[in-house]
Design a protein around this ligand. Structure first.
Ligand code: MLT
Length: 263
């Protein structure tokens, strides 16, 4: 891992009690956690950073890696004076970063939440697509990344059934910059395969996945649940890639129960 540190991250936080660090997906911002910043405040101290180049955090120079992003997220918590281990949750790209934290900084973690994510690395085809998307962002800015993902993010019926969720999602996607998009795509492209490490994860682990996730199939969540010893799986119906926005009550209930078992 490179020693150069990423400059401090902006972090939204609310609540009190057990620290719960939530890392956003790509190309989102901490705004995606609004239903958790409010709805989980009685269950824990909810901490939601903006990754570099997203939301209110300025871009960071390369090298870009999930390991460096994991360190930056944990540093943001330390900067608040919180030194105890955190429950770390990450959605999709945030989950890749959470798995990197479990690999490199297990002593900083008290629990793990793998949300709409997978353990495997990118295939050769997926890496080539990342390269194309990086070139598009460099030529056209951040909008195509969000526009390309938007139709896949919600469960198909939720675009019509939940118009407020759909418009909130569009607003969240406005928070990405070119530098953030390039950083996220680079870190995701180069992330290591975490599959073989799953049986070694010695942390209580909550896995939540939407049954209609069109970005990462729920079979990936089932595979992680089978491999991680102290894990439990919640497959949420009527939810796609962002179950925390599509089914916030069920999502928050699952997290609250998980946190209750940790304390
Ligand atoms: C995400 O939702 O964070 C990303 O789409 C995940 C990915 O592209 O692998």
């Amino acid at each position: 891992m490179n020693d150069t540190k990423i400059p401090p991250l902006h972090l939204e936080h609310n609540g009190s009690g057990i620290p719960v660090l939530l890392i956003h997906g790509f190309p989102f911002t901490s705004r995606m956690w609004r239903p958790q910043l409010s709805g989980l405040a009685a269950s824990g101290h909810i901490l939601a950073p903006d990754l570099p180049g997203f939301g209110r955090t300025p871009a960071a120079p390369p090298p870009h890696s999930v390991e460096r992003l994991a360190a930056a997220c944990l540093d943001a918590v330390t900067a608040l004076g919180i030194h105890e281990p955190v429950v770390l949750g990450g959605l999709s790209m945030g989950g890749y970063i959470a798995l990197a934290a479990a690999r490199h900084f297990p002593e900083r973690l008290r629990g793990l939440m793998l949300l709409s994510t997978r353990a495997g690395a990118d295939s050769a085809e997926a890496k080539a697509n990342r390269d194309k998307s990086i070139a598009t962002a460099q030529a056209e800015g951040p909008a195509p990344a969000g526009e390309g993902m938007y139709p896949k993010l919600l469960a198909p019926e939720n675009y019509a059934a939940q118009p407020e969720t759909a418009s909130e999602l569009k607003a969240i996607l406005q928070g990405a910059t070119t530098e953030g998009v390039v950083m996220g795509l680079t870190a995701m492209r180069d992330r290591p395969d975490a599959t073989d490490e799953l049986p070694e994860i010695n942390l209580p682990t909550l896995i939540i996945h939407g049954q209609q996730d069109q970005v990462i199939p729920f079979s990936e969540a089932e595979a992680m649940a089978a491999a991680i010893p102290h894990s439990q799986l919640h497959l949420l119906p009527q939810a796609g890639h962002v179950p925390n926005l599509e089914q916030p009550e069920r999502f928050n209930q699952a997290v609250t129960e998980f946190l209750g078992r940790l304390s």
